[in-house]
Design a protein around this ligand. Structure first.
Ligand code: CA
Length: 448
């Protein structure tokens, strides 16, 4: 359930542009400032068009940039992403090496994981909550990355967008093992099922880390699946290539998702590695559920909201969140793969039945059509002799739709020119009786 202050404040979200140069000072005691290229960054989050609350959180800081996408029943997703993000933003400071930065990120994610477990222990109603976390620390010309879940990190360089993080989703597992194609994964009904998250699920979460170089001109994008599941990589690449202003580009990406109906919350953190130094300093930006007060402390308020919901909508209240976590056990994976195969078989069977029905319909039309032609007769020339034909004069390709039904002894050269021309052009008869009458008339018209 969304508390009133959350669903209200979650809409839109803060937006800002931060420019930090080698001379810029980080807030508080977090000096000295980072060396290396200048950063410009922004963060935008939108609740989307369907959801009642924003379970995403985003952060564009001095050295640190993060997106967290929460999940967990009808309560807890917003809490999970907010708790994790707030804990992780404590490490937004300069680091002397990328190795140190990776270690700091990893430690912060594990600490956030423990914090989530503790919170669930104290607040039972949050059981099952979890969150994705994708973020990086900039250290000079390097980017130290930590990632778990299906939020994404992209690097846009030289006009090309490259997905840096790997989705920890069930469908990505299927793609990796060659069971389905990336195109099939993009529309798979289970594409939101996560195999790894932070939260009330795993004491030792498996976090991906890596260090990559960065150079002036690079654009780094971190986004929740509210963007990447609904806006194609080609479209994202096009926006990043054509919209140079940072805030405009971030807002354009949000708009692209809204144009697709934005069924999910959508969060964008965009970082430009810039060559032009700027002395302007902008404080870190927090957007989404981490930007508003947490509501889980007020147990009474939550209960008063939940009880009527449970009474009025007993099923609705227990419905799982559309984006949910499943344990990464091989048994479960096998079960999902089996289900996937069954689904594929059902789809194939449906197609075969449909194709069979179409073929049967075509055959029926041909049979009925042929029978209709065979109820017609005409009088025509059969090698110089008048004959009654059954069928119609037309052919289907090389196949004639008529055949000689009855020959006569009347030859064409016995007929006056007018009748001869008629026979050569064929004379239609609606039935056999009329055809025979025509033949009798021709016999009477014989000149010899
Ligand atoms: Ca999401």
């Amino acid at each position: 359930m969304a508390t009133p202050e959350k669903s209200g404040a979650a809409k839109g979200g803060a937006r800002n542009t931060a420019a930090k140069g080698p001379g810029a000072k980080a807030p508080g005691a977090r000096t000295p400032a980072a060396k290396g290229p200048v950063l410009k960054s922004t963060a935008v989050s939108h609740v989307g068009k369907i959801r009642s609350n924003n379970q995403d959180s985003g952060y564009a800081g001095t050295n640190l940039f993060v997106v967290a996408d929460g999940m967990g029943g009808h309560a807890g997703g917003d809490v999970a992403s907010a708790i994790a993000l707030r804990r992780i933003t404590e490490i937004d400071k300069p680091y002397t090496s990328a190795h140190d930065a990776v270690f700091a990120l990893q430690s912060a994610l594990i600490a956030a994981n423990s914090l989530l477990a503790e919170t669930v222990f104290e607040h039972n109603e949050l059981t099952g909550m979890g969150t994705t976390v994708s973020g990086f620390l900039r250290v000079d010309h390097k980017i130290a990355i930590a990632h778990i879940g299906d939020s994404r990190i992209y690097r846009f360089r030289g006009g090309k967008l490259e997905q840096i993080s790997a989705d920890h989703t069930f469908v990505q597992r299927l793609v990796d093992s060659g069971r389905i194609t990336p195109e099939e994964a993009a529309v798979h009904p289970r594409r939101s099922v996560l195999m790894r998250v932070l939260g009330d699920v795993d004491a030792a979460p498996e976090i991906d880390t890596q260090v990559l170089d960065t150079a002036p001109g690079d654009r780094w994008l971190i986004c929740s699946d509210g963007l990447s599941s609904y806006v194609s990589d080609e479209k994202i690449q096009h926006v990043l290539a054509t919209v140079r202003n940072l805030s405009d580009a971030a807002n354009r990406l949000i708009k692209e998702s809204l144009d697709q109906g934005a069924p999910d919350n959508v969060t964008v953190v965009l970082v430009d590695i810039d060559e032009s130094p700027s002395s302007a300093h902008v404080p870190p930006i927090t957007v989404g559920s981490a930007s508003v007060p947490l509501s889980y402390d007020s147990d009474n308020a939550r209960r008063s909201l939940r009880l009527p919901t449970l009474l009025l909508h007993p099923l609705k209240a227990t419905q799982p969140d559309p984006s949910h976590f499943e344990p990464e056990s091989e048994d479960y994976l096998d079960e999902l793969i089996l289900e996937d195969r069954r689904r594929a078989r059902r789809r194939r069977a449906t197609w075969l039945i449909a194709i069979g029905l179409v073929v049967l319909a075509i055959i029926a039309i041909i049979i009925v059509g042929y029978q209709w032609t065979q109820s017609h007769y005409y009088v025509g020339d059969d090698g110089g002799t008048v004959a009654i034909y059954r069928g119609v004069q037309q052919t289907i390709g090389p196949i004639p739709l008529s055949s000689v039904y009855q020959k006569t002894t009347i030859t064409l050269d016995q007929l006056p020119a007018f009748n001869r021309n008629q026979v050569e052009a064929t004379i239609n008869a609606t039935d056999l009786k009329l055809a025979k009458e025509i033949v009798e008339r021709l016999a009477d018209a014989r000149t010899q």
